[in-house]
Design a protein around this ligand. Structure first.
Ligand code: GDP
Ligand code: MG
Length: 458
């Protein structure tokens, strides 16, 4: 049965522009009626569920042919939205598609809002909120890793992991509620320690999920990586070598790079925003001065800093002191094709703990090793395996954190010997916060806000 709550909506579901096929999607009780009105003998046409059929579309106002199309019918509740859904696959012509959409709205269909199909799928309980959000993530994925995580989420991975915790919490709440109701069933010290152990289990599981956000965020948002060093050490050359194309201007003249420059690339599934900077040095040149200022801003905003020195340099004290002012993540010794002159002793003065990688931006030698070192450094800071990233969404993360805070508070209350009533408030809060992730305990305004960030037709 389709839901009578909503009007029938329509939208072009394929991207704007020309293509082989363009799809218009309808969802709601009147989907089949509206589709029929596009056909010459529409009244006699019956769309069979889960079947595609070929039709000539006409403009009923004029009788003119509009296009040939394949119409597929998904009968409620076995459709994406849970309502009757019709997909009209026309030729991918923007003119044809907008004409068909115009006709459908003239019959009474409403233009769909962004994400409205997905929102209906959620409201009709075809999927929970994490799954609906995963559709958006999958569509917008920039890397195969992002797509893989979104696909996993779409199958309900996060909800599956949360369910046993939610069930456990409900069980605990029921126990506590009954001990509040029936005072004679007082918890007693033995039960309290049992309950504390249960709460600890929940905290441990939620903590593991929350910590996967460190990698999850990396995979989805990536990192900013800034290249710094004195003029002419080869920052722009290294920038190009890491990108794999000649993007930045390279000359033998110090001070060539005046403005910061950024480009994106991917290291083992992690998007990297690479920033080339002007060299750091005292300069009288006005434009270069601005460049140096911008370098400082780029450095302050970077997640990881690569400091570059020349293999042929003796590393004078002032260079070491200059670089030591910044939180350098990796030292890169460039121009190794010219022979390594800089001594290990001089390098060790830079830092004992920070990794040093030797490369030649010119020949490409050591660039793969450098990428691995960057990957290691990022992942080491995240403390999680890239394959274990389950939480990628800030909204999910903050709800998890709220749930954890409430659980820790409940734990504290029980340990301090407070009544079950006090602990109950926090257990309820912990459960509500988990419900926010899957969408069970979210208010309509927030739900609308989430879906409004989707694209039209999805
Ligand atoms: N032999 C050699 N020359 C390099 C290498 N990397 C950069 N250079 C040269 O060093 C000079 C300065 O390079 P550039 O990338 O503009 O340095 P930046 O000022 O730090 O951005 C140019 O003449 C480059 O060709 C390298 O690995 N080997
Ligand atoms: Mg440069």
């Amino acid at each position: 049965m389709s839901s009578p709550r909503f009007k029938t909506i329509a939208a072009i579901a394929t991207p704007q522009g020309y293509g082989g096929i363009g799809v218009i999607r309808l969802s709601g009780d009147q989907s089949t009626d509206f589709a029929r009105r596009l056909l010459r003998n529409g009244d006699q046409t019956i769309f069979a569920p889960n079947q595609a059929s070929f039709h000539h579309l006409i403009n009923p106002e004029t009788g003119a042919t509009v296009d040939d199309a394949v119409i597929t019918f998904f009968k409620a509740p076995h459709s994406f939205t849970g309502e009757d859904v019709i997909e009209i696959s026309c030729h991918g012509s923007p003119v044809v598609l907008s004409e068909v959409l115009r006709l459908l709205t003239s019959f009474g269909a409403e233009l769909a809002q962004p994400g409205e199909f997905s929102m209906r799928a959620f409201l009709n309980q075809r999927m929970d909120l994490t799954q609906a959000e995963a559709i958006k993530d999958l569509i917008h994925a920039q890397t195969t890793h992002q797509a893989r995580i979104a696909a996993r989420q779409l199958r309900g991975e996060l909800s599956k992991q949360l369910q046993p915790i939610k069930d456990g919490l409900i069980e605990l709440i029921v126990h506590f509620e009954s001990s509040v109701e029936f005072v004679e069933d007082d918890l007693g010290p033995l039960n309290t320690s049992l309950f504390l152990a249960r709460i600890d289990q929940f905290i441990e599981k939620l903590n593991a999920l929350a910590s996967s956000y460190r990698v999850g965020r990396l995979i989805c948002s990536g990192i900013r990586l800034a290249l710094i060093g004195r003029p002419n050490v080869g920052k722009s050359s290294l920038f190009n070598a890491l990108l794999g194309r000649e993007r930045a201007i390279v000359t033998h003249l110090p001070g060539t790079t005046r403005d910061t420059l950024n480009e994106s690339f991917v290291i083992n599934g992690i998007p990297v925003d690479l920033i080339d900077t002007a060299g750091i040095r005292e300069t009288a040149d006005f434009v270069e001065q601005i460049g140096v200022e911008r370098t400082k801003t780029a450095i302050s905003e970077a997640d990881l800093i690569l400091a570059i020195v020349e293999s042929t340099s003796t590393l004078p004290t002032e260079e070491i002191e200059l670089l030591a002012q910044f939180p350098v993540g990796i030292y890169v010794v460039n121009k190794c094709d010219l022979g390594v002159v800089v001594s290990e002793e001089a390098l060790s003065k830079l830092s004992e703990k920070i990794p040093v990688v030797k490369v030649s931006a010119m020949t490409g030698e050591g660039i793969d090793e450098l990428k691995q070192a960057i990957h290691q450094r990022i992942i080491a800071e995240a403390h999680t395996n890239i394959e274990d990233a389950i939480i990628t969404n800030e909204r999910h993360y903050s709800a998890l954190e709220q749930s954890l805070t409430a659980l820790c508070q409940a734990r504290e209350d029980l340990t301090a010997g407070f009544t079950e009533e006090v602990a109950l408030t926090n257990l309820h809060q912990a459960l509500r916060s988990l419900g926010v992730i899957t969408g069970e305990t979210l208010i309509a305004d927030i739900i609308n806000q989430i879906f409004s960030t989707f694209c039209i037709g999805k």
